[in-house]
Structure formats: C-alpha cells, structure tokens
Design a protein around this ligand. Structure first.
Ligand code: BG6
Length: 528
C-alpha cells in the first residue's frame, strides 16, 4: 500500500514535522495487530517520587500528551511511599519538563490537571486498595476499565508490587498492562527467578519489558535500512562483511551512581541489554512481517546462534584519574568499595554460528569516562580484490545512533583533478541536514506510545531475555568469582585501556584503515 507521509500522519492522527526535503511516497509496514487503550484510560506511575519517574517517565508522558497522542481524557496517577500533597507532587513531576514558550507552558498546565497522586506502601494491600478506589473515582461507572501500570521501581519491589497490583487493581473487565524496567536480574538464574515470579500473575501479553535502546530512532531504523534496501541486503553477510563493531561511549563516569553501578558493572549495565539488542537487529534474519512476534522470533533465533562469551574474548577496564588530575578515578567515588574490581569499560568479541555470519567478529565496546560520547554501529566491509589498487581502504557503513543521528557510508573515489589518486569520502545521511524541522522523539515517548497501542515489537520477550543472559552469564560469573581478573586502568577522558587497539586488530578491525580520514560531522548547531 502506498500513500504520502502527510496522509499517513493524518490517518494516524500524528503530528510529525520531520519531513524530508524532497517529495517522496512512503510504504506502510505490514499492519501490526494491536489493541490501543481507549479514551478514558488510566496510566499509573509506580515509584512516582523517584528519579526515573521524574527524569524520564513524566517528561515522556508529557511529550505524548503535548503531541495529542494520549487516549482522550487520560488520567495519570502517581503512586509511591512518600507522603506528598498534590501541589508538591505536581512540582516534582514537572521539574524535568522543559517549557520553552507560553504554548508549552499552557500544555503543561493542562497536563498537570490530569495528574493526581496516591501514597502507599509497596508490600501492603491497603495502599493498592486506595489506588483502586481512586482510579474508580476517576473512571466513573463504566463497564470496562483500561489501566497501564508503569513500574519505575527498584528491582527488589518488582514482584511484591506486581502481585499486589494483580490482586487489588486488576479490572474485572477491560485491559491491564504493566511496563517494567531493567535490571531484569543480574544473571540467568536471577532473571529466571524474577520471570517465574511475574509470569503466573501477568501474562506475556500484558507485560512490556523496556530496553530503552529499542525506542531510539536509529535503532528502529536498522530493520528498514537492512530490509528496505536490496543493495544493502545483498551484501549483508560473511561474503562481504569483515567485522561489525557496536560502540557505546560516555564522557562522564559514575558520578553519584557508583553505589548502584558497582553491583552491576558495564557489561550488565549496557552490554547484555542495550548493545546486544542493537546487535540482534543488525544480525537477525528478515522477519515474516513487522508483527511483534515475527520480529521477536527472529531476534531469539539469532541470540540462540551466538557463542557463549569466553573470558579470553574480553578486555576489561576501570577508569583512573584523568591525566591532568582534574577528574576523579572510579575508586574516588565514595559510594564505591576501595578495592572494587568493577569494570567501567569492556570490549568483547562474539560470533554468531549460522550460515550468514560464520567467521564474522561482532565486537561490543562500552565504557564510561572516555574521550567521546557516542553510540554507533560500524560495519566494515571486506577488502576489494588486490591487483589494481595498492592498500585501498575498506568501505565502512556507520549507523550513528546518538548524538547527531546519521548513516554514512565511507567510499573510495577518485580525487578530483588530473591525478588518479583515490581518497575516502562518504555518502552521508545526516538527519538534521536531510530533514526539515527535525523532531526525533525521546525513546521513552516512543515506547510508552507502543505500550498504549499494545505493540510489543520494541519490548523484550521472556525467551529473548533468557537467551541474552545465557550468552553473558558464564563470563559474568567468571569475572565475579575470579579475583585475578582485574580490569586495566585507563585515564578518565581517554580511549580506554592501552590494549584496546591490539584487541580490535586481533579481531578483524584495524584503526589504521581510518588514517587520514575524519567524518566531517555537522556540529550540534547543524553547521559544517
Ligand atoms: C542506562 C544505563 O540503561 O543507559 C546508564 O544504566 C547509561 O549507565 C544509559 O548511561 C545510557 O542511555 P542513553 O539513552 O543516555 O544512551
């Protein structure tokens, strides 16, 4: 089916202003069978007084409200242990919401009018009974009730809250959905334990496990890029691809979060979930349709084909003071034990044992307190047949997930002029250049909208979680138990541990390929 984007947006009642500079027609993806929460639904944020709710959940709820994407007459109820009056609650939940102009200020005022608060414990029925009473007052006397529960909670209360919600707040008729956030356990056994405590209470259909990377625009774009472009699809395998590298870099350390981070480390914090999700999108086979279960079936299949990661395929790092001494080391964080071996950097190579990918290294690299802040996928193609060229660099396709969303392909061209010298340049799709009035939704906005719409495509299924923990658990246990496995120190603000380049080279990627070339990325103001 083909129609213009503007028609499609009208049809979906969306207000998307990110239109390409030139006129184009668009294809709707194979229809998803979903059930949208109707007008008058209630959204409950559990943990409403916490940091996640304040920084991510409420700003995203407001974003959807502002764009007119919420069910009409939606009611938003906060629930937490803290006793607060309505005014304090509204002040708190709006503290991270930006109001650049009068229009948005008025929208925020309207949003706050539909938000209310109930305080109660997480492990006693009483609070949940009060919550139900409050929801019923908001809903009125209706034959069916529609409720979305967002658990912005620490993992130790996931199960007691899930149980009490089911017992006290589950509608006799209607729909109830629960969104939960990582950490989903800390290894395979604990993840299964959590799973088996949730599953008898909430069905897989009612559960939405958030990995917020699945809500990022460029991550969602991967399937379209791969399967919507035959030229890319045809070389997407071991015959043309030499290596795949997925990189996550942050410029800041654990500042203030050390206590939490030390229990997890960088592998559990971002690799087993966010980076592995990106990897599955890069490596999975074409799904039968864009239906959630078809997509997730293929993701699970590729995870099951991955080799369990062995300690010899890993380097670990922990950041030290910056070279000029102005930035602290990880161990300087008061909330971190002084002898902590927690990795703040890891590089891992893994392989997928199927016909498409046999022999292709997939390198996952993640670190805090590094020289750059970015997340990208770098697909390095094989060398061209030697003979007419001497050391011509490899092509690379780079998908820049953040910041400055873009896709660029490094290609060799003749240097313009009278010589036959070659140079590396790029076919560059930088979003802020290509689209006018670019609006890229926040990952949480996209995912909460999916949950409202009942679309599971961008949420983690139970067997997917199981398969991802299976790949990482032996390594994580080895690191936890083996006191000799000590991360190498790297200075705050550097590229990571000194052995990184040799590790990448040994695993099929050489930085030398890049010598003399720099992607002329637009800066954040959009200027070259
Ligand atoms: C979180 C991790 O899941 O993802 C953080 O716990 C990390 O440590 C964050 O900083 C990165 O998310 P984003 O969206 O800023 O890339």
């Amino acid at each position: 089916m083909q129609l213009r984007l503007t028609d499609l947006l009208l049809f979906l009642n969306l207000t998307d202003t990110s239109l390409p500079r030139s006129g184009t027609t668009y294809c709707i993806l194979t229809t998803r069978s979903t059930k949208r929460l109707p007008d008058g639904s209630v959204i409950v944020v559990l943990g409403a007084s916490g940091d996640l709710a304040k920084k991510k959940t409420y700003p995203a709820l407001f974003g959807l409200f502002k764009y007119g994407l919420m069910p009409k007459n939606v009611k938003i109820v906060g629930y937490a242990r803290t006793k607060m009056d309505l005014e304090d609650y509204r002040k708190r939940i709006s503290s991270y919401i930006k109001t650049p102009d009068e229009k948005v200020k008025a929208q925020l005022a309207d949003f706050l009018k539909v938000t209310t608060y109930v305080s109660g414990q997480y492990d006693e029925d009483e609070g949940f009974q009060a919550l139900t009473k409050h929801m019923e007052e908001l809903e009125g006397d209706v034959p069916e009730r529609f409720r979305l529960f967002y658990m912005a909670l620490p993992p130790n209360v996931f199960t007691p809250v899930a149980q009490r919600l089911k017992k006290n707040c589950y509608p006799a008729k209607g729909i109830a959905r629960v969104i939960i956030e990582k950490p989903f356990g800390h290894d395979l056994a604990s993840s299964r334990e959590l799973q088996s405590s949730l599953e008898p209470i909430w069905t897989e259909d009612e559960l939405f496990r958030i990995d917020h990377y699945l809500g990022k625009e460029m991550v969602k774009n991967i399937l379209i890029l791969r399967f919507g472009n035959s030229f890319l699809g045809s070389g997407w395998d071991k015959s043309r691809i030499a290596s795949v590298q997925i990189t996550f870099k942050e410029r800041f350390g654990t500042e203030g979060r050390g206590g939490y981070f030390d229990k997890f480390g960088i592998i559990r914090d971002v690799m087993q979930n966010h980076l592995l999700q990106v990897l599955t999108m890069i490596a999975m086979e074409r799904p039968l349709s864009f239906d959630a279960e078809d997509i997730r079936d293929e993701k699970v299949r590729v995870l099951k084909a991955m080799r369990v990661i062995s300690p010899k395929d890993v380097i670990l790092g922990q950041y030290d003071k910056s070279e000029d001494g102005t930035k602290p080391s990880y161990l300087d964080d008061d909330t971190v034990p002084k002898d902590s071996r927690c990795p703040t950097f890891a590089a891992i190579v893994t392989h997928i044992q199927n016909e498409r990918w046999e022999g292709v290294p997939f390198i996952l690299k993640a670190g805090k307190a590094l020289d750059d802040g970015k997340v990208e996928v770098r697909i390095q193609f094989k060398d061209v047949t030697s003979g007419i060229f001497n050391n011509i660099p490899r092509n690379e396709l780079v998908i820049r997930i953040q910041p400055n969303e873009s896709v660029y392909l490094k290609v060799n061209t003749k240097l313009p002029g009278l010589s036959m010298k070659t140079s590396v340049t790029e076919l560059d799709l930088t979003y802020r250049e290509r689209y006018t009035d670019l609006v890229i939704p926040e990952a949480y906005e996209a995912l909460i909208l999916d949950a409202i719409n009942g679309d599971h495509s961008n949420f983690v299924r139970d067997d997917e979680l199981d398969a991802s923990w299976s790949i990482f658990t032996p390594l994580l246990h080895h690191i936890d138990q083996n006191k000799d496995f000590v991360p190498s120190k790297y200075p705050y603000g550097s590229r990571g541990p000194a052995e990184l380049d040799d590790f990448l080279k040994a695993n099929g990627y050489t930085r030398a390929q890049n010598e003399g070339y720099q992607w002329p990325q637009t800066n954040l103001n959009g200027n070259l």
